[in-house]
Design a protein. Structure first.
Length: 212
């Protein structure tokens, strides 16, 4: 597969992952589908860090947009564009890693909930062992099903960010090959053939004059 086509495939795969990442982070602001807890400030720090919105969202979306351009004919669909895509892909890796770290912390520290008459994080020092013991979830009386809510969304963010890291890492390698060998785009092929064609014509004319 040409590096240009590979770039387009990677970009197309990143778009839905970016959407999922941003959506999960937004939903985390509304336990039980209510704005009550956001208004009262009963949200975990990991939700406020916006790992899914900024890290797995914007910091991956911008590289995805540029990477898609490297697979098209035009100013970015050349060796120079592929070279810059390496830097953008590295930015995507950084963003995805940020989302991953925040999500892991979100699961490790557990949700913020009303327990024993106060708002607290009862699973903060449990090393995420609470996930496998559903009996412990009952200590959180409000919001309802907050443990499943927290674990499910942060777990999704972990999976999404891992895929984003893999795809962006592949693009760094693809960008390197594209920078060295070209993107196989028609415009670039024409640009590569033009000097050769000119040289061939010049050589032919030289030999023809010499023959005379």
């Amino acid at each position: 597969m040409c590096t240009g086509k590979c770039s387009r495939c990677i970009a197309c795969a990143l778009y839905p992952l970016v959407f999922m990442s941003m959506l999960c982070n937004i939903i985390l602001f509304f336990p039980e589908g209510s704005v009550k807890y956001s208004k009262e400030g009963h949200l975990t720090d990991e939700v406020k860090y916006l790992g899914g919105l900024i890290g797995g969202g914007l910091m991956v979306l911008i590289p995805a947009l540029f990477i898609s351009l490297t697979g098209e004919d035009g100013c970015c669909g050349n060796r120079c564009g592929m070279f810059f895509s390496i830097g953008f892909a590295a930015e995507g890796v950084a963003g995805a890693l940020y989302s991953f770290i925040v999500a892991v912390a979100g699961i490790g520290n557990g949700p913020l909930c009303f327990s024993n008459g106060e708002w607290t994080r009862p699973f903060k020092d449990s090393n995420a062992s609470y996930i496998s013991d559903s009996k412990k979830w009952a200590v959180c009386t409000e919001p309802k099903n907050v443990v499943q809510f927290n674990t499910g969304l942060f777990g999704t963010l972990i999976a999404v960010s891992c895929l984003q890291v893999i795809l962006c890492a592949i693009q760094t390698i693809n960008g390197l090959f594209g920078c060295l060998g070209g993107t196989c785009n028609k415009s670039e092929v024409k640009d590569d053939l033009l000097p050769l064609l000119s040289l061939s014509i010049l050589t032919y004319c030289t030999f023809k004059k010499t023959g005379r």
